[in-house]
Design a protein around this ligand. Structure first.
Ligand code: ZN
Length: 293
């Protein structure tokens, strides 16, 4: 009997010890697993945190200097207009516009005749320059020089000076719009006047020019200045023969108006002696106020 009691007591003691041992392992087991998972996770979370605290101090410095905002590459769209095909202004008013084309085909580089600008400045003559897009691309400084002169108006003369009749609507539009965009990008100006390359047109061309919000500006007095054989005297003879109220005179400032700068002083003096006031095309057409003097 005593043996049985001892056996029971020893069994109870064994199971208690076993339970205690089991309890310890159950309790202890989470502790190493917690520490083992905590240590690796803590290291990556600490290392990146100092970096963002430094970067804001760097991003603050550029916010102090953004004084110049770059002008967009795309000019704002002009509202479309009716077709305007203009050869001259009002025949009853003594105004005349000198116009200078800056034509350039990409495969045929042109230049800039600064002598023309010198004469216009010397005689304080307003003038309209029709800017080729490809010409502006290769003559950025000259474009900015013309844009900086308050007497000068800037028009659009297509991008690559192609014969526009026969081209697709898409190509004609790109010739107009790309030139508008570069003029705006460089000068902040938008032209409302378009001069046809070589004066050539068809209905689609005139319609698209109007669709893009521009007026087509032709001329009624041709000086012939792209012809090297036409000298300054003959240019002036042509002007004397043809000029009248509202005339638009076409010349070239791309270095292929061979005697243009030479002819200009006599031309300006003659026109003023005849009582004409020299104006830009927009002034001639009443789109902008006339000069004060
Ligand atoms: Zn031209």
């Amino acid at each position: 009997m005593m043996k049985i009691i001892k056996l029971i007591v020893s069994l109870i003691a064994f199971t208690l010890a076993a339970c205690q041992a089991a309890n310890v392992t159950v309790i202890e087991s989470p502790i190493p697993s917690m520490t083992s998972t905590a240590t690796p996770s803590s290291t990556p979370t600490f290392t990146p945190s100092p970096q963002p605290t430094f970067t804001p101090s760097i991003t603050i410095t550029p916010s102090v200097t953004p004084t110049e905002t770059p002008r967009p590459n795309i000019a704002p769209t002009l509202p479309y207009t009716d077709v305007h095909f203009i050869l001259h202004g009002d025949r009853d008013k003594p105004y005349v516009a000198l116009t200078f084309d800056l034509c350039q085909k990409p495969e045929l580089p042109a230049w800039f005749d600064n002598g023309i600008v010198d004469v216009l400045n010397e005689y304080e003559v307003p003038a309209t320059f029709f800017m080729g897009g490809d010409w502006m691309r290769t003559h950025v400084d000259e474009t900015l020089l013309l844009a900086s002169n308050p007497n000068f108006e800037l028009g659009n003369h297509s991008w690559s000076h192609p014969d526009l009749p026969g081209l697709s609507a898409e190509v004609i539009s790109s010739e107009i719009v790309n030139t508008q965009n570069l003029l705006y990008k460089l000068t902040g100006r938008q032209s409302t006047l378009f001069r046809l390359p070589a004066g050539k047109y068809d209905d689609l061309t005139l319609g698209l020019i109007a669709w893009h919000g521009l007026k087509t500006i032709q001329w009624d007095v041709e000086t012939g200045d792209p012809d090297p054989t036409i000298d300054a005297e003959r240019m002036n003879w042509a002007v004397r023969e043809r000029v009248q109220n509202g005339s638009i005179i076409v010349m070239h400032a791309n270095g292929r108006g061979w005697h243009t700068a030479e002819a200009l002083p006599q031309m300006i003096k003659y026109l003023r002696e005849q009582g004409y006031t020299l104006v830009t095309v927009s002034q001639l057409l009443g789109l902008e106020p006339l000069p004060q003097h």
